[in-house]
Design a protein around this ligand. Structure first.
Ligand SMILES: [Zn+2]
Length: 377
């Protein structure tokens, strides 16, 4: 067992088991940010010019088509703010889609509605076959893997590429950003959601229904075929401008009547259970460490404030009881069965078939090409 240690600059600690500290007690997330990410991150005039060039190219390529780009909408702050920018500031014509995996919070539904209505857009909703979704999520509980949110994540990615392919859209706009996400979730808890070897292994061992309608997409298909052959490109507009989360949320509130969530990713009730309870209590990892550390590195939160906030558990006893009951009932199992999965041994993707070597190789190539700056581990 390792002695307890927490970064002297952010709030990442040894619950991220592969974390490395330098002689000053600063972690590798912080050092990677200062060495590799920050020098290449331009939110000033340079970024503005780069983004203007990209936007013009998107418009040019989209002439004569129904849509010039595609973006997913979860109802979260980042995607909502990006939708505003894309339509109002850039004058683009996005196909806006939402994946309904059965776990939308009422607030998320409302937030998506107010944005889409105010901007006069059509929303393409992909409803995932609930029986298959339920079976896949139960399979993930049975697997003992930390990444029980994979069923929702994978459906989202697959739907995105299916729409882009179907409507011949060349640009994907992504709300992902350095400003609030520069510290990455460790792979041990957030393993690649598009590893089809792992997904097929889990399904063949634990699923009871045939997954006939659930959308799949392999990394090979979307990173290679759609990217290099079909030339579909991913753009992250929020990286080319100052993006302050609190300001963005206030703006959305005042302009659209959008309502904030208690925590990032809590627009889905399942994700709230996963990140707010399952992962911290079963696997000892609190995703707030990653979120707060990103905000510390980009000067949006002080380390002291983050430490104070981390002392309070995300969910109180009462909420936990309610959520356990809600999740179990919705999945068609008893609370005791769900508790049984909680108490079962923790597993890792290494306990199953996987293609991690391929993902690692891909990540190395991306870094060599300069396409990826931060280290994912
Ligand atoms: Zn750090």
């Amino acid at each position: 067992m390792r002695d307890y240690q927490i970064c002297t600059n952010c709030v990442m600690d040894i619950s991220d088991t592969k974390i490395v500290f330098d002689e000053k007690g600063v972690c590798d997330h912080c050092n990677d940010f200062h060495e590799n990410v920050k020098p290449n991150w331009h939110t000033d005039e340079t970024g503005k010019k780069q983004l203007a060039t990209i936007v013009n190219k998107i418009k040019e390529d989209g002439k004569g088509r129904d849509f010039d780009c595609i973006m997913g909408m979860s109802g979260g702050a980042d995607s909502s703010y990006m939708l505003h920018l894309v339509v109002k500031e850039f004058g683009l014509r996005p196909l806006v889609f939402h994946v309904d995996g059965g776990w939308n919070s009422e607030l998320a539904v409302k937030n998506i509605e107010v944005m889409v209505d105010a901007l006069g857009l059509d929303l393409y909703t992909e409803v995932i076959n609930w029986e298959e979704m339920k079976d896949f999520q139960l399979a993930l509980f049975k697997s003992g893997l930390p990444g029980i949110d994979l069923a929702q994540d994978h459906a989202f990615v697959a739907t995105l590429y299916n729409f882009a392919d179907k409507y011949k859209i060349g640009y994907i706009l992504n709300g992902g950003n350095i400003s609030t996400e520069c510290v990455r979730n460790p792979l041990e808890f957030f393993y690649y959601g598009t590893d089809m070897a792992l997904i097929n292994d889990i399904i063949s061992r634990y699923c009871t229904t045939k997954m006939e309608q659930y959308p799949f997409s392999s990394i090979f298909r979307h990173k290679f075929y759609l990217h290099y052959i079909k030339k579909i490109q991913m753009v992250k507009p929020l990286n080319y401008m100052p993006y302050i989360k609190a300001d963005a949320m206030n703006f959305l509130k005042e302009t659209y009547g959008w309502q904030p969530y208690p925590q990032k990713h809590f627009e889905s009730r399942f994700t709230r259970f996963f990140e707010g309870y399952w992962l911290p209590q079963k696997f000892g990892f609190d995703t707030r460490r990653v979120q707060y550390s990103s905000l510390i590195l980009t000067n949006q939160m002080s380390r002291e404030e983050a430490i104070e906030k981390l002392k309070i558990p995300v969910m109180d006893e009462n909420t936990i009881r309610n959520e356990f009951e809600y999740i179990a009932t919705k999945l068609g199992i008893t609370v005791d069965e769900l508790k049984g999965y909680f108490d079962a041994p923790n597993k890792s993707h290494k306990d199953y078939k996987n293609q991690e070597w391929m993902f690692n190789l891909g990540a190395k190539v991306m870094r060599l090409l300069g396409r990826e700056k931060s280290i994912k581990r």
